[in-house]
Design a protein around this ligand. Structure first.
Ligand code: ADP
Ligand code: ZN
Length: 693
């Protein structure tokens, strides 16, 4: 689109420049007229001698053309008699009636001439050209009237050529063309400078809302395009029904769903669902990011809100989707973030005014999306505003399967594809991640020129989405490989030996930022975890570091992410879940530091803080000791696993299971028979940085 408009502008510019060049040529480089070029003096002389026959004034070119005749035959010496002779000759020789009429006037002229001749006697002879023929000469504009008078007085046949064509061309080429060329240049500059933009579009944005940033359109999405979110969809169907017939709600006096808050992490289909409602109800869909309302300039945000809703009202029923509502709807007075808090307050107030202003029958629904409902201004959540909350969470295993199957529709998947298996292996993946998995797999198949998408493609795609594309270029040194192999084996062995979740795959292939990877598979996404289950996760996280210490005497920077994870788990155990000595909820990880007091999280006294820190440390140390203990006991298995890993680089499936089964506790512990768990957060993979990083 942009490229096309650039081409069009360039073509137009060339045409304009061509027209300009032609007009210059036409106006200023007219071909020389025929005949002898004469000066103004010569012209004057010709008229004095009455030798002008026809004179044409070319008004635009400031050129005179015409014809002149031979001077009268009388020799110059008899100039005194000349006048008489002439008069006689004319009277006798030419019997024209017209000549007689003319005669009386020229006579006066002759007498003057005659009297002047005495002075002229001393002067050089006439400057007028000899003979007869065509002539041309240039003149200056102010002289036109005089010259016409002279020529007329001399009895010439005077024609004034206005040259209307040239006048028009001159007007166009001196005003219009340069303007158009300038405008065209500007347009080109803008479209080039803006990259993906739309040429001059941005110029029009001043003053009111940036039209480019608000997307309005007819949605073609329906609820069929949403998978694995039955509950959310069921709730949203009511909104659709309202939009289809707002009047019904008014008649029944029912409270309409004016504002709906979709709460959930990114990529889980909030935008998709909002579009689906619009698509199903057949109403226009406006979408804007909350950040668009927060500007450094006070008042602009509020004006944008006003402008937006004015446009929405004009086409209601309609849906307004505000993505990242928290950017605009943060608690008032909480400061922080970009833009002045004054500005945000005004914007927020305007938003509230607009939402309160809708009449039930208007059928305007505002759908907000956020992952941080806790930081929204409470005023936004009151009845009549965003009073309906719909959770759009990470999909569970079934949901993931549905999403995978939905996105796989129409793509050439092989018959052996096992979507339930992939779904199980991808806890923590969002809908967007899963859509990416399918697309990556399709791309891999295309790259390999395989006719169908295979299970191997899907598996590779999962890994890619999980950790970024495989870095085939980077080669580990032998020492690094060995360290990585022991590190990953450490995680896997410790997990198996302590009865943790099944280890699905371990690898020392460098991927993205990490050098190794241990995928721990979670059979389902448990919502509750016991203290011992969390401790096993802690031990597993410390397994890599413990193995490095044991084999190499010290550990490497590759353990950084493990330590981060271990710290998080230990902090949660002590601070959030009351699994330390305190039965208090001390920390809310998701709450910004500056909001802590406002949302009612207990302030921590210094002593409590220190005690908590000490408990976190102790937990992590205990976990490490447990890991070392398990590894010492299964040293043989550790060496074997590490060696296999160095050979094969990746171990998974039956091969891996067979090795790990040797170290699994004979009697299954509680940790192993549970419904099985994971942290409530993202995938539990342990990725590591290179020691060098
Ligand atoms: P959000 O607004 O929550 O950040 P999006 O709606 O933008 O997420 O989702 C991005 C993409 O991910 C969608 O366009 C869709 O392709 C895919 N997706 C996300 N959730 C789902 C879902 N539940 N069903 C099908 N596709 C989904
Ligand atoms: Zn690790």
């Amino acid at each position: 689109m942009n490229r096309r408009s650039t081409y069009a502008l360039t073509a137009a510019l060339l045409v304009l420049l061509g027209a300009f060049a032609w007009s210059i040529d036409y106006l200023y480089f007219a071909p020389e007229p025929e005949g002898t070029e004469i000066s103004l003096d010569q012209f004057a002389a010709l008229s004095t001698e009455k030798r002008l026959d026809e004179v044409v004034f070319h008004d635009e070119d400031l050129v005179i053309t015409g014809t002149f005749v031979e001077p009268p035959p009388e020799p110059k010496e008899k100039k005194g008699k000349d006048a008489k002779g002439n008069a006689q000759g004319e009277a006798s020789g030419k019997d024209d009636a017209g000549a007689k009429g003319k005669d009386s006037k020229p006579k006066g002229g002759d007498s003057k001439k005659a009297s002047g001749e005495t002075e002229e006697e001393a002067e050089p002879p006439s400057v007028a050209p000899e003979g007869a023929g065509e002539f041309w000469g240039e003149y200056r504009d102010p002289l036109t009237a005089q010259l016409v008078e002279i020529a007329t007085a001399a009895g010439a046949n005077v024609v004034i050529d206005q040259q209307a064509g040239k006048q028009a061309v001159r007007a166009v080429s001196t005003f219009l063309l340069p303007l158009m060329i300038l405008a065209n240049l500007f347009a080109l500059l803008f479209s080039a400078g803006k990259g993906g933009g739309s040429g001059l579009g941005e110029i029009q944005m001043f003053g009111s809302i940036r039209r480019g940033k608000i997307k309005k359109g007819a949605s073609t999405v329906s609820f069929d395009n949403v998978a694995g979110a039955q509950e959310a969809v069921a709730e949203l169907k009511e909104v659709r029904d309202y939009l289809i017939n707002p009047q019904k709600y008014k008649d029944l006096g029912a409270a309409p769903p004016k504002g709906v808050l979709l709460v959930g992490p990114p990529g889980c289909g909030k935008t998709l669902m909002a579009k689906a409602i619009a698509g199903e109800a057949g109403v226009p869909f406006f979408s804007v990011a909350g950040a668009e309302f927060v500007e450094a300039l006070v008042g602009v945000g509020a004006a944008r809100v006003r402008d937006l809703f004015a446009r929405v009202r004009a086409v209601a029923p309609a849906i307004v989707f505000i993505d990242e509502l928290d950017a605009a709807g943060r608690k008032r007075g909480s400061g922080g973030g970009g833009g002045g808090s004054d500005e945000r307050e005004q914007t927020l107030n305007q938003l509230l005014v607009e939402m309160d202003g809708f009449d039930v029958s208007e059928g305007v629904v505002v759908i907000g999306a956020t992952n941080r409902p806790d930081i929204l201004d409470p005023a936004l959540l009151r009845p009549g505003r965003f009073d309906r909350h719909v959770t759009v969470d990470q999909p569970d295993a079934d949901g993931r399967q549905e999403i995978l199957e939905l996105h796989a529709k129409g793509k050439p998947f092989g018959s052996e594809i096992d979507f339930p298996y992939i779904a199980k292996r991808t806890p923590g993946f969002s809908g967007a991640d899963l859509a990416n998995v399918v697309n990556e797999a399709a791309l891999l198949a295309i790259r390999e020129e395989a006719g169908t998408i295979s299970m191997a493609h899907l598996e590779e795609a999962v890994q890619r989405v999980l950790a970024g594309p495989q870095k085939r270029g980077r080669v580990l040194s032998d020492e690094e490989r060995s360290r990585a192999a022991y590190h990953e084996s450490g995680h896997a062995l410790v997990s198996a030996a302590s009865g943790g979740d099944e280890v699905h795959r371990i690898s020392i292939l460098a991927r993205g930022k990490g050098i190794g990877l241990t995928n721990i598979r979670k059979e389902s996404d448990a919502l509750m975890l016991t203290k011992s289950e969390l401790f096993i996760q802690l031990v597993t996280a410390m397994g890599g570091l413990a193995a490095e210490e044991m084999i190499f005497g010290e550990h490497s920077t590759g353990a950084e992410q493990d330590l981060e994870r271990a710290t998080d788990i230990a902090k949660d155990m002590v601070g959030r879940f009351g699994m330390g000595s305190k039965r208090r909820r001390l920390l809310a990880r998701d709450v910004d530091e500056f909001l802590r007091a406002e949302v009612g999280i207990a302030e921590i006294s210094d002593t409590t803080h220190e005690e908590m820190e000490a408990e976190v440390d102790r937990l992590i140390h205990d976990a490490e000791r447990e890991a070392s203990h398990l590894l010492t006991r299964h040293r043989e298995a550790l060496d074997y696993l590490a060696k296999r890993l160095m050979d094969d680089e990746t171990l998974e499936g039956a091969t891996l299971e067979e090795i790990l089964d040797r170290v699994r506790p004979a009697v299954r512990t509680a940790g192993n028979t549970r419904g099985n768990g994971s942290a409530p957060t993202a995938a539990d993979d342990l990725a590591h940085k290179t020691p060098k990083e």
